[in-house]
Design a protein around this ligand. Sequence first.
Ligand SMILES: Cc1cc2nc3c(=O)[nH]c(=O)nc-3n(C[C@H](O)[C@H](O)[C@H](O)COP(=O)(O)OP(=O)(O)OC[C@H]3O[C@@H](n4cnc5c(N)ncnc54)[C@H](O)[C@@H]3O)c2cc1C
Length: 386
Amino acid sequence: MNNSYDVIVIGLGIMGAAALWRVAPKCARVLGVDAFGPSHCYGSSQGASRIFRRAYWEGEKYLQLLNQADLLWNELEDVTERRLLYRTGGVFIGAKSSRVVAGSIKTAKHGKIDHEVWMASDARKRMPAFNLQDEMLAVYEPGAYAISASEARLWMLNEAVRCGAITEFGNHVLKLENHGTAIRVTTKNGRIYFAGSVIVTVGPWVTNNLMPEFKSFLEPRQVPIYWFKPKVGADKLFSHEQFPVFLYEREDSSLLYGVPSIVSNELGVKIGFHNRQQNSISPSWKSAPVQDMYKNEISSIIQSILPKLDPIPTQAKNCFYTMTRDESFLIGISKEFKSTYFASACSGHGFKFAPAIGDALANMAIAQKPNCSLLAFSADRFNSSL
Ligand SMILES: Cc1cc2nc3c(=O)[nH]c(=O)nc-3n(C[C@H](O)[C@H](O)[C@H](O)COP(=O)(O)OP(=O)(O)OC[C@H]3O[C@@H](n4cnc5c(N)ncnc54)[C@H](O)[C@@H]3O)c2cc1C
């Protein structure tokens, strides 16, 4: 068996699936490997939906990647002839000076992104599902959307295979080694491969043994996510035709996000905290149940901000954020291994960027210039502050 590849992608969550999709048409021999099955619930990419928005309160440094990702999400939808994007629009709510409102307006203006700013009274009329305090504002981005997340990831893998990539699941990579001009990849089940380039996209597991050099920069955290059903008679208000993806920053700076149900088997509107209820934890295949005190906390908040939802969650589940201390991304070139590129920390907001990050990694792996600069996300920014 020929065990040599031009490029091996390790970890097929959304980042690895995107990298495999982008690199497969560019090389003769491409392999993608994942420790678990094609569709599993242990990492960060599980679930039906993710938010895409460009009026990014987190800052203008993300704009180039966001614009490229938007193009590629649309390309994926076109090429697969599947509905993967639900054009819900997005609403970002908070006090005038809150990070979410002030930051979204700033980036929208800078990037010339179509948006409107509504006073609370206007927002209540236009989005009657939300309860806003009088001093709050809502920034509306009509171009924001919900991504059909697990479908999109599986279609990226499908496209990669259609273009000639090989995928292996249940194949846990144990170690990487420099080997002449190649990289030697050893897996738990005893297989050995050689690659001209390697792309490492193993999410919260990256510091386990593949790239322990990042241990001090990254922190995997367990985060809960909840689903809420509309109260009797309120279904229409929360349908994806009427209810936008949203961010809601409260007075105490806690930030909630939500997505209407876009698949028929989802148990209501998906809502979670972006910056609360997080516990530092090692990722494992077994996810712990969500604590009752967390469920009670979110229930009382749902009662006040979305009073037409039943505040008792229909379902609650834990998954992972891989955090850097500045809540940004860690993407770049390994200093230890030759031709090895990684993207493994997206601090709980990376899904929307995946096609652009995957495309950039794919280009680097074949010694081409990436379409977007990744310099802002290099680990070097932490070295100076060690
Ligand atoms: C609840 C929740 C909601 C979110 N909402 C949004 C949102 O609305 N918008 C947004 O942009 N982002 C969102 N995010 C963030 C986004 O989902 C993540 O940034 C993204 O999924 C990270 O993907 P990944 O591919 O890096 O990691 P993962 O999905 O964790 O994938 C890593 C893969 O590597 C495999 N692996 C690990 N170790 C090995 C090994 N040794 N050998 C082989 N394979 C290995 C794993 O099996 C896994 O499949 C959310 C995250 C969560 C948890």
